[in-house]
Design a binder for this molecule. Sequence first.
Ligand code: ATP
Length: 423
Amino acid sequence: MVIELINTGGELMLGRVLNTHQQWLCRQLADHGLVVTRQVAIPDEVTAITEAVREALGRADVILTTGGLGPTSDDLTRDGIARLLGCPLREDPAVVTHIQQYFTQRHRPQPASTLVQAQVPAGATVLMNAFGTAPGLVLEVPGGQFRPGTKPTWLVMLPGPPRELQPMFQNQVLPWLQTRLPSRPAYACLNLRTTGIGESQAEEKIRGPLQDLVDAGLVLGYCARVGEVDVRLEATGPGAAARVAQAAERVRAQLGEVIFATGEAALETVVVQELVARRQRLVLAESCTGGFLAHRITNVPGASAVFWAGLVTYDNAAKEQLLDVSAATLAEHGAVSEPVAREMAAGARERYGADYALSVTGIAGPGGGSEAKPIGTVFVGLAGPRGVSVTRHLNRFDRETFKWVTSQQALDRLRRELGSAAV
Ligand code: ATP
């Protein structure tokens, strides 16, 4: 199966936008056993687009293009491809209605130029855009026209904005492709997400127990980011799903509680879902993370059911006034200390009547460290129905990474407390 990806956009060539479509689409396809053979990025120029598509049509079973379907003068993909294939453009009344409704629902005037997006190449399947106006388009190019043989090439054009492209691809293109592509050997893939363990440590623990399955064809992959390591298990051929399930069972037995999700869920999603299931409320008392914990929690749809408030108490006085941390504790131990983290969490929980309160206080750097409390020192407090506890960490990173890692440790404390370990 030859699958090619063509990303269009002048902004990609100028380095103004990171080509996240390349990574996202390749990943989505790979998770379904479809590996992209070739990928190119090109500017929004008719010649570049038609040349890239013509070349790909000479060998590919599936071609995906991204971008250039909008209403502006640099959106040239639809016209360029229609001309290359000799397909006249026709106005699609359903797309016209969709565009009109899109603007009326938002109480916005409809610019006349938007109607160009309803021009559809003859014979194309239209993929309605649930989050924008430009539809995606699919064309079947018969074999013999650009490449020898009778096999057709499927040419799929997707809009540029990620929030439009991603749902269109997942909800329309993937199911569509799966019904049309020739049957492939069975393929199974499972991702286990971990936090609190390094990549080499994870590998050391699971390599031995998985060796016989690896010898029999299981593909074991790791994706390490700061504060997280994903373990990916893949198998192809008869019994693929059973082999992956068997491997996952062994990985769970070895790694246990450090696994926080199966699939793609973020740690904050796991935590919020668990709180929702328990109907419990959370309050945050942050210092060095500056609201980043609250940001992560509120990234999860449905967080309002469980997230009561987040307080960023940076100054000592704020810790006293908003969290009832005692002036004596602050004076005796300093703001970055175990007793203060404890009082922040306990104070927040009591004062605001939540089931759980998480607190963080630390030294992000570059200044402010001491021998007893070097830069990167963090205390994470957790107050809940079972009492208050504090953990100490040393996160020596730049400020942004420091915030991420600290928020990860805090969320993980709560996850473990909630007992929602391996899923
Ligand atoms: P529009 O209606 O916005 O013109 P379009 O389908 O014509 O949509 P483009 O104009 O090519 O798409 O891209 C719209 C926006 O989508 C870009 O400004 C950019 O922010 C984002 N985008 C486009 N291509 C990519 C890409 N490969 N990776 C990440 N983001 C992208």
